[in-house]
Design a binder for this molecule. Structure first.
Ligand code: ADP
Length: 248
């Protein structure tokens, strides 16, 4: 039964703001281990969709399930994060005056006090996890650097690393390559691709070359619902999609 591989179900989700439908019967299914890109013109509903998944916005109607058993619409934002959904916003929000290591340590501790976290002795297992995440994000060499002194790309990778400290099953990533150099963009493609399989990754991104380089399946949102879904070639050649993007 294929439905057992689905990690995220959004069914018939509608969200209105003062009568304006930001989401309009949205249906989205993400498979476990998938790397999915969400594209669509400004105002298509991408941010609102992420907000529904993380509990920041409640839909007027519809259902949202994480795996087979977790009804997202009954959980608060922190409960959804604790259930295994991590979200990275566009702007990096690292602790600039702490080292890369300390940022990962703080992320592992969650919302415990900074001071208590930094004086606590780490277990071998915790140190091992930090080491593992440093390797994944490619910042082993910068472990002692202050996060504030990292390049824009490195800050973004650190923030992805901070999410990984909580080992989320599903990662939501908002415009990861905005403002990056081509080299940083390429490294980010490698990073996100390497996370898929172990994690499910949903990426909202405007950079089409980047989307092409990472996504197997692309979902195009328009006016709050799914306009097209398929490979990048399929959606880019879809007349409905061409019309929406030329008219944008
Ligand atoms: P996208 O991320 O694809 O650009 P959004 O989800 O941000 O789209 O927005 C979808 C539509 O909903 C837009 O027209 C936006 O102006 C509107 N919208 C989003 N959030 C609010 C809000 N809090 N109040 C009123 N309108 C909103």
């Amino acid at each position: 039964d294929l439905s057992h591989n689905i990690i995220l179900y959004l069914e018939d989700i509608s969200v209105s703001f003062d009568g304006f439908k930001a989401l309009n019967n949205l249906n989205l299914y993400i498979e476990a281990g998938e790397l999915r890109c969400i594209i669509g013109p400004n105002g298509a509903g991408k941010t609102t969709m992420m907000d529904v998944i993380t509990g920041k916005t409640r839909p007027d109607v519809g259902s949202a399930w994480f795996g087979q058993t977790v009804d997202l619409l009954t959980l608060s934002e922190p409960e959804i994060a604790a259930a295994g959904i991590g979200r990275k916003f566009q702007k990096p929000t690292v602790f600039p005056n702490h080292s890369v290591f300390e940022n990962l340590e703080l992320a592992m501790a969650g919302d415990k006090s900074v001071w208590k976290t930094l004086i606590a002795k780490l277990s071998g297992e915790q140190l091992g996890r930090i080491d593992e995440v440093l390797k994944i994000i490619g910042l082993t060499e910068r472990v002692e650097a202050l996060a504030g002194g990292l390049s824009h790309g490195q800050k973004q990778w650190l923030e992805i690393g901070m999410l990984l400290m909580q080992d989320p099953e599903l990662l939501l990533v908002d415009e990861p390559v905005a403002g990056m150099t081509p080299q940083e963009t390429e490294k980010t493609a490698e990073l996100l691709t390497s996370l898929a399989g172990k994690h499910s990754v949903v990426v909202v991104e405007h950079d089409m070359a980047f989307v092409r380089s990472i996504a197997r399946t692309v979902t195009v949102l328009h006016q709050g619902s799914v306009l097209a879904e398929g490979s990048m070639d399929q959606v880019q050649n879809d007349p409905k999609v061409i019309e929406v993007y030329l008219g944008d």
